[in-house]
Design a protein around this ligand. Structure first.
Ligand SMILES: *[C@@H]1O[C@H](CO)[C@@H](O)[C@H](O)[C@H]1NC(C)=O
Length: 327
C-alpha cells in the first residue's frame, strides 16, 4: 500500500515537472526560472493599478510596454527600460511593487527581483568604481541564471552620476554581451527628477481646462527628458540618456484632493473599514500639506504618511467599537 502511494506520488511529481517544462523536480519546492514562478501576469497588473492606484492613468503605458516586452511571439532588441518620475508619495514605489507582484509569483521577495536604493546601496561618491563593478557582475550573474529579471533602481537622483554608465552595455541594442542575453530583463528607474517641471506643466494644462484623464505621455515626454538630463543625480549627463536607452518616461502626476481621498479610502478598506465616517476621512486629510504656494492644488507628500494615520484612527475608533460589540 505504502509503495503504491509512493509510485503515485512520484508519477505525479514527474507529470507536474513535465508540465512545468522544467524537468528539475526541485522546482516543485524552490523558485525556478519558469512560467509557474514568473507568470508575467499583466492582466493582474492592470487590475491592481485600476483598483489601487489613484490619478495615475499614464502608468497604463508601462503595462502595455511590459506586455509587449514579454510577449512570447516577440524578440525584443534590448531590455525594457522604464523611468518613473514624480514627487514622493505619487505612487512610484507602489506601482513598482505591483509590477513585481504581477510578474513574479513571489513578488518583491522573488530572487529574480532586485531593488537598489540610491542612498543605501551607493552612498559614497568616491566608491563609484567599486559600485560599477559590483553592479555589472551582479546583473551579469543573475541574468545568466535566468533571463527574466526585474531590476528596480530607486532614488536614482541620489545616486552618484556615473554608476548607471556601468550598465549601459547591458541595456543597449545588443542581443548578447559576453555571451549573455540581456534582452528579456526589465529595468525600472525611480526618481523625483523632472517632477518640478511635470507638476508645473500639469498645473498649466489643468488651468487651461485640460482633463487629467485625457492627458497623454506626449504631453510630458520631452519635458522629462530635459529635466532628467540637467538635474543632479544618477542621470546627470549620463550616457544612458544620451544614447536614448530609456524606452519610456512615465510621469507620475501630482495628487489632487480627490486622489488623496481615494488613497485614504483604500487604506481604510485594507484595514477592513469599508465606510469610514466623513469626520475620520477629514482627520486624515488634515495632515496633508498642499502646494505649490500659488495654487495649493497638490499634496506635497502625495499619499505618503496616510497609511500610518489611518492605522491610528482605525485602532482608536473602529477596533474599540468591534471590541464593544463583542462584549
Ligand atoms: C544577484 O543579485 C544580487 C543583488 O540583488 C547579488 O547579491 C547576487 O550576488 C547576484 N547573483 C549573482 C549570481 O551574481
Amino acid at each position: 500500500m505504502k509503495s503504491l502511494a509512493l509510485i503515485v506520488i512520484t508519477l505525479f511529481i514527474n507529470i507536474k515537472c513535465v508540465y512545468m517544462w522544467s524537468y528539475n523536480p526541485l522546482c516543485l519546492f524552490t523558485e525556478c526560472c519558469n512560467n509557474d514562478y514568473i507568470p508575467g501576469d499583466t492582466n493582474k497588473l492592470a487590475t491592481l493599478l485600476r483598483e489601487r492606484v489613484y490619478g495615475q492613468h499614464l502608468v497604463e503605458n508601462a503595462i502595455h510596454a511590459i506586455a509587449a516586452h514579454w510577449n512570447p511571439h516577440y524578440k525584443a532588441p534590448k531590455p525594457l527600460v522604464l523611468s518613473f518620475h514624480g514627487w514622493a508619495g505619487s505612487g512610484k514605489n507602489y506601482v513598482s511593487n505591483f509590477i513585481a507582484e504581477s510578474l513574479y509569483k513571489y513578488g518583491t521577495k522573488s530572487k529574480y527581483v532586485h531593488l537598489f536604493v540610491g542612498r543605501i546601496h551607493f552612498p559614497v561618491k568616491e566608491d563609484t568604481h567599486i559600485y560599477q563593478q559590483q553592479l555589472y557582475s551582479w546583473l551579469k550573474g543573475n541574468i545568466t541564471k535566468c533571463p527574466k529579471q526585474l531590476f528596480i533602481f530607486d532614488e536614482v537622483d541620489k545616486m552618484p552620476p556615473d554608476i548607471l554608465n556601468a550598465i549601459k552595455p547591458m541595456i543597449d541594442y545588443k542581443y548578447e554581451v559576453d555571451g549573455v542575453d540581456y534582452t528579456q530583463s526589465i529595468f525600472i528607474f525611480l526618481s523625483n527628477t523632472g517632477s518640478a517641471l511635470v507638476n508645473e506643466h500639469y498645473e498649466d494644462l489643468w488651468k487651461k481646462g485640460e482633463k487629467r484623464e485625457e492627458l497623454r505621455l506626449s504631453h510630458f515626454e520631452k519635458l522629462i527628458e530635459k529635466g532628467v538630463f540637467n538635474e543632479e543625480g544618477g542621470f546627470h549627463h549620463s550616457d544612458t540618456i544620451r544614447s536614448n536607452l530609456i524606452d519610456h518616461y512615465i510621469p507620475f502626476l501630482p495628487m489632487q484632493r480627490e486622489h488623496v481621498e481615494g488613497c485614504i479610502k483604500d487604506q481604510f478598506r485594507s484595514r477592513n473599514v469599508e465606510y469610514p465616517t466623513d469626520a475620520h476621512t477629514q482627520e486624515v486629510m488634515e495632515i496633508i500639506e498642499w502646494g505649490p504656494a500659488r495654487s495649493k492644488l497638490f499634496s506635497t507628500t502625495g499619499c505618503k504618511r496616510i497609511s500610518s494615520k489611518v492605522a491610528l484612527i482605525v485602532a482608536k475608533y473602529y477596533r474599540k467599537q468591534e471590541g464593544k460589540e463583542e462584549l
